[in-house]
Design a protein around this ligand. Structure first.
Ligand code: C2E
Ligand code: MG
Ligand code: MG
Ligand code: MG
Length: 279
């Protein structure tokens, strides 16, 4: 009896594993066709200048319109894509689309701001990101200054030498570099000083603590100070409340991004914000 029970449990366990493996395969198969089926799209979230509230940039955030099941957020498929070379196709598609969007705004004579694109670890490690970026810029006739890449500390720390060389090539093109989710990854302050980057993005988990927990501002304030001391710009992400905004402004944070200013939305929404006279 005990043996039966054990075997049943075992079967149940493998059955569960099997279902999970099947679901993963299904998701992967669907994702691998998403580009050709034109199911991927970019939303844009504004970045505003802290002092004036003026929209000075936007982050492109990937979405997957998977059949009738609605918009799938990147957290639900990027990690899977990162397990294979699929992320390279998706990553190149994102860079191309961001440049194409800039070209459409320019052609329409509409206001244009710098667009930031997120880069995956595997995409950065592949070693040809500069070629991919240069090709997209050229294809759409876009000034490199209009493009920013958001990387994370871990991508640079896994191979600092190779990472620095890639950053130098990217900046040689004229592209801006931002360190995303700063403070959450494995970072080395010694290397931070050496990496050729332009901007630190304070992770939203730190911003959330402002006014919420005792000394909740300590990390945010320290990162702003560190960034400025290293002559880097600093952007706060996940700004949701007037209190967070006020604190960040007092501390001299350069730019802010978050639901308080605008959620990620289709390109037209960003354009509407850009065309609006400021009040
Ligand atoms: P991220 O680059 O740190 O992007 C910020 C995330 O925070 C976005 O989630 C954004 O919608 C969300 N967010 C912005 N403001 C607020 C706020 O005020 N409150 C809260 N609670 N959240 C806010 P999203 O779009 O789901 O993207 C999640 C992550 O997926 C991104 O984090 C990025 O790491 C990754 N990702 C998105 N697009 C791409 C892409 O094209 N390529 C790659 N490799 N990764 C991407
Ligand atoms: Mg980002
Ligand atoms: Mg982030
Ligand atoms: Mg993040």
């Amino acid at each position: 009896r005990a043996k039966d029970l054990g075997r049943n449990r075992y079967c149940f366990y493998t059955g569960d594993m099997h279902a999970q493996a099947m679901a993963k395969l299904e998701l992967e198969a669907a994702l691998s066709r998403a580009i050709e089926r034109e199911e991927l799209l970019l939303h844009y979230q504004p970045k505003v200048a802290a002092q004036t509230g003026e929209v000075v940039g936007a982050e492109a955030l990937l979405r997957w319109q998977r059949g009738a099941s609605g918009l799938v957020p990147p957290g639900q498929f990027i990690p899977l894509a990162e397990q294979s070379s699929l992320i390279l196709d998706i990553g190149a598609w994102v860079i191309d689309r961001a440049c194409r969007q800039l070209r459409q705004w320019l052609d329409a004579g509409q206001p244009v701001v710098r667009v930031a694109v997120n880069v995956a670890a595997r995409q950065f490690a592949a070693g040809d990101l500069d070629t991919v970026v240069a090709a997209a810029l050229q294809r759409h006739g876009i000034d490199a200054e209009l493009l920013e890449l958001e990387l994370t500390e871990g991508m640079l720390m896994s191979n600092p030498q190779q990472g620095t060389a890639m950053l130098q090539r990217l900046r040689g093109l004229g592209v801006k570099i931002s360190l995303d989710d700063f403070g959450t990854g494995y970072s080395s302050l010694a290397y931070l000083h050496q990496f050729p980057i332009d901007t630190l993005k304070i992770d939203q988990s730190f911003v959330r603590r402002i006014g919420e927990v005792p000394d909740g501002e300590a990390l945010v304030d320290a990162v702003i100070g560190l960034a400025h001391r290293l002559h880097l710009r600093v952007v706060a992400e996940g700004v949701e409340t007037p209190a967070q905004r006020a604190h960040l402004l007092r501390q001299g944070c350069d730019e802010m991004q978050g639901y308080h200013f605008g959620r990620p939305a289709p390109a037209e929404s960003l354009q509407a914000m850009l065309s609006q006279p400021r009040g």
